[in-house]
Each structure stands twice: as structure tokens, then as C-alpha cells.
Design a binder for this molecule. Sequence first.
Ligand code: NAD
Ligand code: FES
Length: 283
Amino acid sequence: MPKILEKRLIRSPDVFYYKINAPLLSRKAKPGQFVIIRLHEKGERIPLSLADINPEDGTISLIVMAVGKTTTEMSTYREGDDILDLCGPLGQPTPVKKYGRVVLVGGGFGVAPLYPIARDFKAVMNEVVMVMGARSGDLLIYEKEMSEVCDKVLITTDDGSRGIKGVVTVALKEELETSGADLVMAVGPAIMMKFVSETTRPFGIKTLVSLNSIMVDGTGMCGGCRVSINGNTKFACADGPDFDGHQVDWDLLMTRQKTYIREERESFEAWKKRHSHMIVEEK
Ligand code: NAD
Ligand code: FES
């Protein structure tokens, strides 16, 4: 079974880094792909983006925000604990090739999956610029890692406590006006990816977004993750997760993301009642 080799709190109080032993998966996986995990026999399946892939030591890394039932349950797991299943790599890899100047835009903990993507874009001789934003300075993650693989890192915070004051699109627009880009890629909340796409549209710059729709099987069988791209139905798990941001029906995506909000809340509340001692102990 995949074992948690390393676990760290990387953003207080609820964003954790996990390094997991997965030799076969690490040899096949490419940046932009994801895995579906199930913690135990009664666990639900949740998709998680790959935050790093290390075929040399046979591991993958995941960054998980403890925000619902399963992610909070995962936050109580410790180094040495096993995960029942880790299914993947799923989805299509990000199409990494030489574009010229690539601007990556990451929001909150959505910055993490961009780390191996930035490294691969750099490896094929692109100039790589990272725009990373968070609500406040203490919520920024992967600043050091990104500065190691990117030519330039721009930081924004909504409250102005670090870097440029404002959301990521403020810095992105200025960057495009002054230096341009041949490709923009965004990972983060859907509303951020929508506005990144609206920011690049007048510049005519190709814009990739990684869609985080609700997923069940992750292999194109259930239809749960369907999205509308240029009026055509696509499955984010099998056809994506990367799509052209200018062609995404954002309102449909954001409505569908809320489909099970009531059920998710009820199941999380019931879990918290049964496990409150574990949550307090971990944090
Ligand atoms: P958050 O809600 O705090 O937002 C982070 C940043 O996004 C903000 O600081 C801002 O710069 C930008 N942003 C937000 N709304 C915006 C708007 N209307 N216009 C322009 N920019 C805007 O982020 P969080 O709480 O850390 O959550 C991270 C999000 O990333 C989650 O929604 C998660 O689902 C998503 N995520 C997506 C993937 C993926 O593969 N697509 C992977 C990991 C995380
Ligand atoms: Fe079932 Fe994509 S998650 S089709």
C-alpha cells in the first residue's frame, strides 16, 4: 500500500505536504496529471493534483487543504501510515514544449501543481515567469521552490501584506502590457482562472487552465466531471484537466462545483462529531 513517508504543515492551520511512496506511479506520471485517493475501505474517492513527481526515489508529492471530510481525515494521518488506494496517473499531462515566454499564474495552494510544470517548461528552454497570489502573506506557499525554477516570481496579496497589493490578475495584466507572453497557464480557484482568461483574451494569448470539477471514477466513465468547452461536452478527468480558458463555460463549471455542497457539509459535520478528538490533537 502507498505509505506516507513525509508529512508537513506548510500553511497554517490546514494545508499539508505529503510525500508518498509510489514507485510505479512516479515512473509514469507527468506534470499536470492527478491521482484519486481512497484513504480506507469506507473512504470516498477524491482527486488530488500532483505537486511533484520523483522517479529517482519512487515518490510523489501532494499538497492538500483540510477543507472537507476526506481532506480533514487525511490531515490526521501521520508519517508511516498507509493510504488504501492511490489511482493514477490520471488525465492528460500539461502540453510542455517550447513556447518562448510562459507566464504561470497560481492562486492560494493552487500554486503547488505548477511547481513541476514550471520546472518542465524551464527544462525545454522557455523563459518562465510565475505570478503567485494569496489573500495575505502568511498564506503564500512554494515561494522558495518557485524562485528556484522560474526566471521571475511576482507575488500578490489581496490585503497588500506582501508583494503587489491586489489579486493575481492585477500583476498579470501589468506583466502582459510590459513584457507580453506566448502562453499563460493558471491553476487555482475557478473564479481566478475565469478572470485570468478574461485578462489574457484581449491580448490574444493562448491560456491553459486546470479544471477542478467534481470527479468520481476519474477515467471518463461516470460523467460527473463534465465541463462545456466551446459548446462541446468534455470530461475534465480524461480529456483534461487542462483546457483552453477562453473556451470554458465558467458559470456552468462553478454551478456544478456546488452540486453536493449540502451533502458534503452534512457528511463532514457527522465525521467531525465522531472524530473531534483527532482534529484537535493534530492541529
Ligand atoms: P483563495 O481563494 O485564497 O485565492 C487565491 C488567490 O486567487 C487570491 O489571493 C487571488 O489572487 C486569486 N483570486 C481569487 N479570486 C479572484 C478573482 N475574482 N479574480 C482574480 N484573482 C482571484 O485560494 P485558496 O483558499 O488557497 O484555494 C485554492 C484554490 O485552488 C481552491 O479553490 C482549489 O480548489 C484550487 N486548486 C485547484 C487545483 C487545480 O488543479 N485546478 C489544484 C489545487 C488547488
Ligand atoms: Fe467520471 Fe470524469 S470523473 S467521467
